[in-house]
Design a protein around this ligand. Structure first.
Ligand code: FES
Length: 293
């Protein structure tokens, strides 16, 4: 029973890394060098304050390669941990990747415990130390099959060779397909301030001064409408300009839960790592209804 103690952590981290990697591969702006949400701009922003800024700046020059390496690294680590294949090696990789995020993206988060990356880095350490105990483990099954098929000889070595060959073949196929998908989708997403015109948001009578309203734009994005003064309506996309996390309204503006980004009521950055203001959505009053202009 004791060797099941790490299962929740193992499957949570495995799923999260797999999901994070796939999200990057399928994200249309991730490899877009001109987008503030793309990996290149994120790295250049992080390099300003990171203690490993010189390395980050150099990596940003090869942002497509770096971005794909991060995405495929996350997919490989997540998948390996989920199926129990070189779990300890994958866990060490996961800890190092999370540590690199802490030293770059999360370096400005204050206090440090508000950022997730440092916790993820330490969460990997139990798995890096004890591995999967041979439970729910593809590697273990392969080893058993090898012993049955070749009772004589070095089963460990044979398992490594067969497992390594299968993993290399799968990785090569995955990287080829994934790269084609990621590069094919690059830059195709709507601009963050793309027109979302003619959408009726709310009748003016239904939003009092000082209130805010969350709404969905006509292109499916989340946004907020603020009514700070009698004749003033301000609308912003709810996507943080750091890494796209959804921001929420708080007393003095907006707050991003991911890395502590803060924006004032005009969408301007007031704290944390976001490199640019929130994207503004123009609005006007049409027949007593606040409408996107
Ligand atoms: S996504 Fe990092 S601060 Fe918002």
């Amino acid at each position: 029973m004791r060797d099941l103690a790490l299962w929740p952590l193992r499957f949570f981290l495995g799923f999260t890394f797999l999901y994070a990697g796939l999200s990057k591969i399928f994200d249309r702006v991730y490899l877009d060098p001109s987008s503030p949400l793309g990996v290149k701009q994120q790295m250049l922003t992080a390099a300003e304050t990171s203690p490993i800024g010189a390395v980050v700046r150099l990596s940003a020059e090869y942002s497509t390669f770096t971005g794909l390496a991060i995405a495929f690294g996350e997919v490989a680590i997540g998948a390996a941990v989920l199926v129990g294949f070189w779990t300890r090696v994958a866990a060490i990789g996961g800890a190092l990747l999370a540590l690199s995020f802490f030293l770059t993206i999360s370096w400005n988060v204050s206090p440090y415990y508000l950022g997730a990356d440092i916790f993820v880095a330490f969460a990997w350490t139990p798995l890096a130390i004890v591995g999967d105990h041979g439970r729910f483990s593809i590697a273990n099954r392969l080893r058993t099959a090898v012993r049955r098929r070749w009772p004589e000889g070095n089963a460990e070595r044979r398992t490594m060779i067969i497992g390594g060959s299968i993993a290399t073949t799968l990785a090569a196929a995955g990287v080829s397909v994934g790269s084609a998908v990621a590069l094919g989708r690059r830059g195709g997403r709507r601009a963050n301030n793309a027109a979302v015109t003619g959408l009726a948001i709310v009748p003016v009578a239904e939003l009092s001064v000082g209130e805010s309203l969350k709404f969905t734009t006509s292109d499916g994005g989340m946004a907020y409408l603020l009514h700070p003064a009698p004749d003033s309506y301000l609308a912003f996309r709810a996507a943080c300009t750091h890494q796209g996390c959804p921001v929420s309204v708080e007393d003095n503006g907006f707050r991003c839960p991911c890395h502590g980004g803060k924006f004032d009521r005009n969408g301007q950055v007031t704290g944390g790592p976001p490199p640019a203001p929130l994207a503004r959505i123009p609005v006007r009053i049409v027949d007593g209804v606040v409408t996107t202009a």
